[in-house]
Design a protein. Structure first.
Length: 311
């Protein structure tokens, strides 16, 4: 019998990966990452891949959709849907427990609901019309487009830069002119578990983790990408760590200014993640919330107990 998908979600720094790995180890499962930036090779520190976490007692835990495309390219939701399905179908075919884990709510919701998406081409005419507009002007255009398309498929990190906002407008414009008539994929039934972390604890963890990433070579990682010929514009597109550290390297800010601005941006990002997850609940998803302070083995056992409950 096909095993039901287990989904683990939560804001950044909540401990999602550690829980997913613990669960996969207990259930002999495999993890599918739902992170919009961990797909990129050589973007390890800034995306928080924590690849060592995928090894338990010397044994690697199988994982998918991490390090699958080159830094400097642009991975998107359409590609994620297809890559997820490939990994998910393969795992199910082998009768292994699939575990979806990540903080990109847009990606999670799209695959669970089976949204019909199109591969949106570049609209050069539109890009030319938008290229001199400010981020505030682009945000207003995007909000108005979303009202017309009634779209919930929008990740607010698209407003981190003008480039990302223009791409979001390009997608919404395409959707307005090309309405989806049916879903490409069927919805997937999933037991969903969320990690509920106290706001103050979340802020403390984010600040501490940012300090550790800087100490562990975040600036050197970004500089190495630039030295390989990846443009500053391409790295800024990825937002958060890559945006702010790139701007520091090219001389737009001091290290202290960068730390403070990036710290604030990550806090805001985590808040938006929680807003998305609460929105998923309003849109009909049942999320079983687990206290972040609960020891990991207890969270794991709680999930296993719920899986094993008589239907």
């Amino acid at each position: 019998m096909e095993k039901k998908l287990i989904t683990i979600l939560g804001p950044t720094a909540s401990g999602k990966t550690a829980l997913a790995v613990s669960l996969a180890q207990k259930l002999a499962g495999e993890i599918i990452s739902a992170d919009s930036r961990q797909v990129y090779r050589d973007m390890t520190i800034g995306t928080g891949k924590d690849l060592d976490d995928y090894i338990v007692n010397g044994q690697p835990i199988p994982h998918h959709l991490i390090d699958i495309c080159d830094a400097g390219t642009k991975y998107n939701l359409f590609q994620f849907q297809h890559d997820f399905r490939t990994a998910y179908n393969d795992i199910c075919r082998r009768n292994v427990q699939p575990i979806l884990c990540g903080g990109t709510g847009l990606y999670i919701e799209a695959v669970l609901k089976g949204y019909n998406l199109h591969e949106v081409p570049r609209n050069e005419k539109l890009r030319l019309e938008l290229k001199d507009k400010t981020l505030e002007q682009l945000t207003e255009i995007l909000i108005n487009l979303k009202r017309r398309t009634q779209s919930t498929l929008h990740n607010k990190t698209d407003l981190d830069s003008c480039q990302r906002a223009i791409r979001a407008i390009e997608i919404e414009t395409f959707n307005l002119r090309t309405p989806a008539s049916k879903r490409t994929f069927l919805p997937i039934q999933s037991l969903i578990f969320g990690i509920n972390i106290d706001r103050n604890m979340r802020r403390q963890r984010i600040t501490q983790r940012l300090k550790e990433r800087l100490d562990n070579g975040l600036i050197e990682e970004v500089r190495s990408l630039l030295n390989r010929g990846i443009s500053a514009e391409a790295l800024i597109y990825y937002g958060l760590e890559y945006k702010y550290i790139t701007e520091h390297i090219i001389g737009k800010s001091t290290l202290d200014q960068t730390f403070r601005a990036l710290e604030t941006a990550i806090h805001q990002f985590a808040k938006r993640q929680m807003t998305w997850f609460r929105g998923m609940e309003r849109r009909g998803f049942k999320i079983n919330w687990l206290d972040a302070e609960m020891p990991n083995h207890e969270k794991t056992q709680t999930i296993i107990s719920m899986i094993e409950e008589p239907k």
